[in-house]
Design a protein around this ligand. Structure first.
Ligand code: ADP
Length: 386
């Protein structure tokens, strides 16, 4: 019988799953159970998991890897989900009230249906826990952190970790252009995860040293519906001036801002199409979006001391040549160049799109599920997967 790894990504109303074979970790099957808790869907995560397992012919995986959004300061890598770890994920619910509870439900469902199968948590925040204190702390009174956990945790860590590793391997393997290929440990990358949510990370030799998301995924880059960096005084100003409650301001900043706030659309494809048709509002929205990305590239080049590579990933980063062009073209002073033809190529493979500047520019399709499978399998096998 094939050895398998099951990866689960539990949301409040859905359960995404992927089955990998081991040790190759190639994807065998995947699917999603939707409408959990609705009249037409399964009632609980346990029922959803039962239907997945029966669809898979009652497969018994060697390990189940769970995507967990928030691991706080506790989880710095993949963790075996024993009683202590589960209690800790529970304790962190206030930091991710919408996301950690469904993950806990998924863990309980597996414990019920797959007795004695080891479960591993892979946390979106874990990769960023190597950030130095100087990057993780806000300049607030000490009690804000001590009593309320207000510090920078980051997000999208599994994706930044995956693409920075693959980019390093790719350059090592194929880098005929570099007279002295460097070892992976030596690469200084800025990774750009541009999807609905967007974040940047500064990665030195595979280790995260800074990232743009903070206490929550609201900080940093301009996103589909989130504003990213903002003068914090705007919050209290809006409360007073527009008479909004804390919850209402929160909604404006998270759901009604970003590209959507600027031009009414959060799908980059549509914003690009409008800009191409001469729509000034859409064009300005894209300028603001790309300018913020460049600000972070420059800031992280300064943090890293040297920029060896810029890595684009996620829905926008992988597919939108025009966004990559707008980001890269003005960055010549940082050694960033773009090969116009290579930039237009569509592919699911990692690829290099620079014209031979000192910084490699790469597109690396992200695969968070594969990274979760790799880390979960590595942990139960005793490998160093982190
Ligand atoms: P999520 O953050 O939800 O995982 P994705 O990484 O799938 O999202 O990215 C979704 C975004 O990718 C969409 O908002 C869409 O604007 C953008 N996108 C997808 N395909 C393209 C494309 N061909 N050109 C430009 N943008 C695209």
């Amino acid at each position: 019988m094939t050895t398998t790894v099951l990866v689960l990504n539990a949301g409040s109303s859905s359960l995404k799953w992927m089955l990998f074979d081991a040790p190759a970790l190639s994807r065998l099957r995947s699917g999603m159970v939707e409408r959990l808790g609705e009249p037409t869907g399964p009632g609980t995560h346990a029922e959803a998991l039962a239907s997945v397992l029966s669809e898979l012919g009652n497969v018994r995986p060697a390990v189940v890897g769970h995507r967990i959004v928030h691991g706080g300061r506790t989880f710095t890598g993949p963790a075996l989900l024993d009683e202590y770890a589960v209690a800790e994920v529970q304790r962190l619910v206030p930091l991710a009230p919408l996301h950690n509870p469904p993950a806990l439900a998924g863990i309980a469902a597996v414990a019920e249906r797959l007795l004695h199968v080891p479960q591993v948590g892979v946390f979106d925040t874990a990769f960023h826990q190597t950030m130095p204190e100087a990057a993780a702390r806000y300049a607030l009174p000490l009690w804000c952190e001590r009593d309320h956990g207000v510090r920078r945790y980051g997000a999208h860590g599994t994706s930044h970790q995956y693409v920075s590793r693959v980019a390093g391997e790719f350059l090592q393997r194929t880098d005929g252009r570099d007279p002295e290929p460097r070892r992976r440990e030596d690469w200084n990358f800025v990774t750009l995860h541009l999807g609905n949510g967007c974040s940047a990370a500064a990665v030195r030799g595979g280790v995260c040293v800074d990232t743009s998301m903070g206490l929550t995924p609201l900080e940093g880059l301009v996103m589909g519906t989130r504003c990213g960096d903002l003068d914090p005084a705007a919050v209290t100003h809006l409360q007073r001036s527009a008479g909004l409650s804390a919850e209402e301001v929160n909604r404006v900043l998270n759901r009604e801002s970003g590209l959507k706030g600027l031009c009414g659309e959060n799908d980059v494809r549509r914003v690009l199409a409008r800009a191409a048709d001469g729509d000034a509002e859409a064009d300005l929205a894209l300028d603001i979006y790309c300018r913020r990305i460049r600000k972070y590239v420059g800031a992280y080049a300064a943090i890293l001391g040297r920029l060896d590579g810029l890595v684009f990933t996620a829905g926008v980063g992988e597919n939108a040549a025009e966004i990559r062009r707008r980001v890269c073209e003005p960055l010549g002073g940082f050694g960033v160049t773009l090969d116009a033809a290579a930039n237009e190529v569509r592919s699911k493979e990692p690829r290099r799109i620079d014209a031979g500047g000192s910084a490699a520019v790469l597109v690396v399709p992200t695969d968070e599920e594969q990274e979760i499978a790799r880390q979960a399998w590595g942990l139960v096998r005793g490998d160093d997967a982190a």
